[in-house]
Design a protein around this ligand. Structure first.
Ligand code: HEC
Ligand code: HEC
Length: 428
């Protein structure tokens, strides 16, 4: 009996020790994805995370007011390297379907992530998961040389234990000693056997799926805007906001591409129909990518053809490239006005040419009724508009000369401001 009691005590001690020693098993996959999303060590100089360009304070887009006020693209982990487009919001991006073409609707292209849809979702099942594998290896963003570096840093980082709990086999990898020297660019070559490479690829997929879980959670998709509470009858919109909603749906034709209602009773309106269009937005001459000679051999002549360029890269869709040149994805308008303070500048459109909601609404309203700006002419964005970045495939049926009054433009802006998450309902 004594021996039994002793054994019981030992067992108890071992068990309780192992509970104390074992890492926090309460970390959900969503929380794990959040840690990866905010982890700056997963970049060349350990200085950049996904949140550096997708911060909650701005509705999960770029949080740096002086970038937004100028070129609107963001500097990567390596100093002075800027990418070519404005970061769209990562919120609600998980609702984008896998990219597909609808032959019955004139080969309409629908879905995918990125302005040009190239994160299609074909590989890992959803566009957000496919997308999440891009930034880490993009030399203009996190700039790591190989997926092995991300896997190694996740498997040896502060939340490694939590990662192993969710993906038990993922980190059983025999790393060559040179791995970190390679990841910090001290040596150029990295070779592993094919079976180790296969393990690395699998773990890299799992990292992306974990980020996608976070991006699909209510942390990014909270549906807590004033408009949501208006739809559920908890608050009233002001007279101006209501007028804006009415104009948004009818005279302004905004809802034709950014639907304010939903056909799915389980999902509130997302303000995008997931299609692509060329609206004739002017180029943003301040985009630093134009002078990024190492990555942009065309310099100032570079033109962003959006979806068309992506389709041209795929044999099965190549024949659709021409009719889609210049088209970019219809972005959600949720959180479009969300900013940390009223002085903070946000940029709008794929190249961030527009710096206020008023400017962009004025463009929809007057693109075709105002003059083309002449060299050196004043009044750009008010009395004249520059040439479109891409002059083919421009949508002329749903915008360009809406005949909205100034007060009507303001009402549409006021309505868009009701789409910011985190609205506080005041109880009476
Ligand atoms: C240096 C800035 C930068 C960093 C860092 C960055 N992104 Fe982005 N993100 C962008 C830009 C720019 C785009 C649009 C690129 C394009 O369309 O070609 C984008 C697009 C996206 C989209 C697509 C949204 C949509 O509706 O199509 C998602 C989702 C996203 N990023 C998530 C992430 C995640 C996850 C990470 C970290 C692994 C990350 N981003 C890191 C700048 C950044
Ligand atoms: C024909 C489809 C279409 C219509 C109609 C339309 N939009 Fe858009 N909207 C788009 C597309 C496509 C983009 C991105 C274009 C680009 O960047 O080149 C966009 C971009 C925007 C943006 C920038 C969002 C961001 O995150 O950068 C805002 C704001 C916006 N639209 C508001 C409106 C309003 C307000 C109306 C009505 C007055 C409207 N849209 C009508 C398709 C449309």
């Amino acid at each position: 009996m004594k021996l039994f009691a002793l054994l019981t005590l030992i067992c108890f001690l071992i068990l309780s020790c192992s509970t104390i020693m074992s890492p926090d098993i309460n970390t959900t996959k969503v929380e794990l994805g959040e840690m990866i999303f905010f982890d700056t060590t997963l970049s060349q100089n350990r200085n950049q995370s996904c949140a550096s360009c997708h911060d909650p304070s701005t509705g999960w887009t770029g949080p740096t007011t002086h970038f937004n006020a100028a070129g609107a693209s963001y500097e990567g982990s390596v100093k002075n390297r800027f990418s070519n487009r404005k970061p769209p919001t990562a919120a609600y991006a998980s609702f984008n379907p896998v990219l597909h073409v609808i032959p019955q609707a004139d080969n309409l292209v629908v879905g995918g992530n990125f302005w040009d849809g190239r994160a299609t979702g074909e590989k890992l099942g959803t566009p957000v998961a496919d997308q999440a594998q891009g930034p880490f290896l993009n030399p203009l963003e996190h700039a790591l040389p190989n997926s092995a570096c991300i896997v190694h840093r996740v498997c040896t980082g502060v939340y490694a234990e939590q990662f192993k709990q969710h993906w038990p086999d993922s980190c059983n990898i025999s790393w060559p000693e040179t791995i970190e020297a390679f990841c910090t660019n001290d040596i150029e070559v990295f070779t592993v056997d094919a079976d180790i490479q296969a393990q690395i690829n699998k773990a890299y997929d799992e990292i992306a799926l974990t980020i996608a879980d976070f991006e699909s959670s209510n942390k990014l998709n909270s549906f807590t805007s004033k408009y949501d509470y208006y739809l559920s009858g908890k608050v009233k919109l002001t007279a101006q906001e209501l007028q804006g909603l009415e104009l948004f749906n009818n005279k302004g034709m905004c809802a034709a591409c950014h639907p304010s209602t939903s056909s799915d009773s389980d999902v509130p309106p997302l303000f995008t129909d997931f299609t692509f269009d060329n609206l004739g937005f002017p180029r943003n001459p301040e985009n630093p990518f134009y002078t990024q000679h190492q990555f942009n051999s065309e310099g100032m002549q570079w033109i962003d053809y959006g979806l068309g360029t992506f389709l041209a890269s795929r044999p099965e869709w190549k024949h659709l490239a021409e009719e889609n040149l210049g088209k970019h994805k219809v972005p959600t308008l949720r959180n479009v006005d969300k900013r940390p303070d009223p002085e903070f500048t946000k940029a709008f459109g794929h190249n961030g040419y527009f710096k206020s909601l008023k400017e962009i609404v004025h463009f929809y309203n007057t693109r075709d009724s105002l003059e083309r700006c002449k060299n050196g002419s004043t009044g750009e964005k008010e009395n004249c508009w520059p040439a479109p970045e891409v002059s083919v495939n421009i949508n002329t049926s749903e915008l360009g000369d809406l005949k909205l009054t100034e007060a009507e433009e303001d009402a549409i802006v006021a309505f868009m401001k009701t789409l910011s998450d985190g609205y506080e309902v005041k109880e009476n």
